[in-house]
Design a protein around this ligand. Structure first.
Ligand SMILES: Nc1nc2c(ncn2[C@@H]2O[C@H](COP(=O)(O)OP(=O)(O)OP(=O)(O)O)[C@@H](O)[C@H]2O)c(=O)[nH]1
Ligand SMILES: [Mg+2]
Length: 363
C-alpha cells in the first residue's frame, strides 16, 4: 500500500494581452483592438470515494493545468485555460513540501466531493484596448499574463478508522481483526507478520464501525526499530485503541509498557486516547492459570481490562461491546484539524520577476 506520495502541481499561466490595431479599408489609423489574455486554469484536489489509494501517483506525479490563450486582434479575449481536478482518496492529508520533510498542513480531505484549490491559475494579461485614453488613442502597451501558482506537495493517506488495534508483535492483533470482521489479514507465528495496515468493518449491536489493524510496535520503534512508528498515523484519528497483549509471554506487562513508551515518543498525543487492554490467548492453559496475577498487574493502569482469545472468540463480544460503548460516549473526533485551511495559495515562484518586468514596462 502506497500511503505517502509527493506531487508537483502547476496552474496554467495567464495568456498574454496583445497590442493590435484595427485594419480596415479606408481607415488608415484604426483604433486599438488587442484582446486580453485568458486566465490560466487552476489545479484542485477533490475527495473521491472511488479512489482508495495513492498508488496512481506513483506513475504520474506532475500535474499542469492548461494555460490561458493569448488575446487576439478584433478584441478577442484568449480562451480560459481548463481547470484540472485531481482525484484523491478520502483521508488524504495535504502538506506543503518543506525543507527536509513535509511542512504545514494545507488541507485535509475527508468528504466525498470536497474540493481544495491548491494552485490558482494566472490572470490573463491586458490587451492594448484597455490602455486607450483620450490623450493616447493608439496605445502600444499590453501586459503579459501572470504565471500560474505552483507547489510541491506531500500527500498522506490516513485511514479514517473509528478504532485501532495496537500492540507488541505476535500478540494476536490480526487474529482479532479477522475474528470480528470479514477482513482477512495475514496471521503468522512470528513477529512483523503484518507489514501494512488493514481495515475491517465490525458489525455489532446494530451498529458498525471501522477497525484498523497495524504492524506490531517494539521498543525503540521511534528510532526505527522493527517497522518503526510511522504506521501509528493510521490510528492517530481513531477514537479508541485496543491494546492487545500476548498473555502467554514471560512478562506481558513489560511488553505493554514498551509499546506505551513508544506512544509517548510519537508526535500525536496517543496517550490521551481512550485505550482498552485486551490480554489475549486466554485459551492457553498457562495463561488461564495466571489470569488473577495478570489482573493484579494490569489493574494499576486504570484502563478497561479484558481477557480474550482472538483464536476461539472467548471474551471478544465483551471487548467489542466496550469499544462500542466508548465510541458512543465520545463525541466524534473531527477528522479535520480545527484550523483547516480550505484554500491554499502558494506564491508562484516566478511572480516577483514578472512584477518587475511589468514595472519596467510601466516606467
Ligand atoms: N492460542 C492462541 N494463539 C493465538 C491467539 N491469537 C493469535 N494467536 C497466534 O499468535 C500468532 C500471532 O498472531 P497474529 O494475529 O499474526 O499477531 P499480530 O499481533 O498481528 O502480529 P504482527 O502482525 O506480527 O504484529 C499466530 O500464530 C496466531 O495464531 C489466541 O487467542 N490464542
Ligand atoms: Mg498482524
Amino acid at each position: 500500500m502506497i500511503d505517502r506520495v509527493e506531487i508537483y502541481v502547476k496552474a496554467g499561466d495567464g495568456g498574454n494581452g496583445i497590442a493590435s490595431f484595427r485594419r480596415e479599408k479606408f481607415v488608415p489609423f484604426g483604433g486599438p483592438d488587442g484582446g486580453d489574455g485568458g486566465d490560466g486554469g487552476s489545479v484542485w484536489l477533490a475527495g473521491d470515494s472511488s479512489v482508495s489509494t495513492l498508488q496512481d501517483f506513483r506513475y504520474r506525479s506532475r500535474f499542469k493545468a492548461q494555460r490561458g490563450g493569448h488575446g487576439k486582434g478584433k478584441n478577442m479575449t484568449g480562451k480560459k485555460g481548463e481547470d484540472l481536478s485531481i482525484k484523491v482518496p478520502l483521508g488524504t492529508v495535504v502538506r506543503r513540501k518543506g525543507e527536509g520533510g513535509s511542512g504545514e498542513v494545507v488541507a485535509d480531505i475527508v468528504e466525498q466531493g470536497q474540493r481544495i484549490l491548491i494552485a490558482r491559475g494566472g490572470k490573463g494579461g491586458l490587451g492594448n484596448t484597455r490602455f486607450a485614453t483620450s490623450t493616447n488613442q493608439a496605445p502600444r502597451r499590453a501586459t503579459p499574463g501572470k504565471p500560474g501558482e505552483e507547489a510541491s506537495l506531500v500527500l498522506d493517506l490516513k485511514l479514517i478508522a473509528d478504532a485501532g488495534i495496537v500492540g507488541y508483535p505476535n500478540a494476536g492483533k490480526s487474529t482479532l481483526l479477522s475474528r470480528v470482521s470479514r477482513a482477512r489479514p495475514k496471521i503468522g507465528h512470528y513477529p512483523f507478520t503484518t507489514t501494512e495496515p488493514m481495515l475491517g468493518v465490525v458489525e455489532a449491536g446494530g451498529r458498525s464501525f471501522l477497525l484498523a489493524d497495524i504492524p506490531g510496535i517494539v521498543e525503540g520503534a521511534h528510532k526505527g526499530k522493527g517497522l518503526g512508528l510511522e504506521f501509528l498515523r493510521h490510528v492517530e484519528r481513531t477514537r479508541v485503541l485496543i491494546h492487545v497483549v500476548d498473555g502467554g509471554v514471560e512478562d506481558p506487562l513489560s511488553d505493554f509498557k514498551k509499546v506505551e513508551a513508544e506512544f509517548a515518543a510519537y508526535p500525536a498525543d496517543l496517550k490521551q486516547k481512550p485505550r482498552i487492554i485486551a490480554v489475549n490467548k486466554i485459551d492457553l492453559t498457562h495463561v488461564r492459570e495466571r489470569r488473577a496475577a495478570l489482573e493484579g498487574d494490569f489493574d494499576q493502569l486504570n484502563m478497561p481490562l479484558h481477557f480474550i482469545s482472538a483464536a476461539t472468540g472467548e471474551g471478544v463480544d465483551g471487548l467489542i461491546r466496550k469499544v462500542l460503548e466508548i465510541l458512543t460516549a465520545t463525541r466524534p473526533v473531527p477528522a479535520a484539524p480545527e484550523e483547516e485551511t480550505k484554500v491554499f495559495r502558494p506564491r508562484p515562484v516566478s511572480s516577483r520577476k514578472s512584477a518587475g518586468e511589468e514595472n519596467r514596462r510601466h516606467g
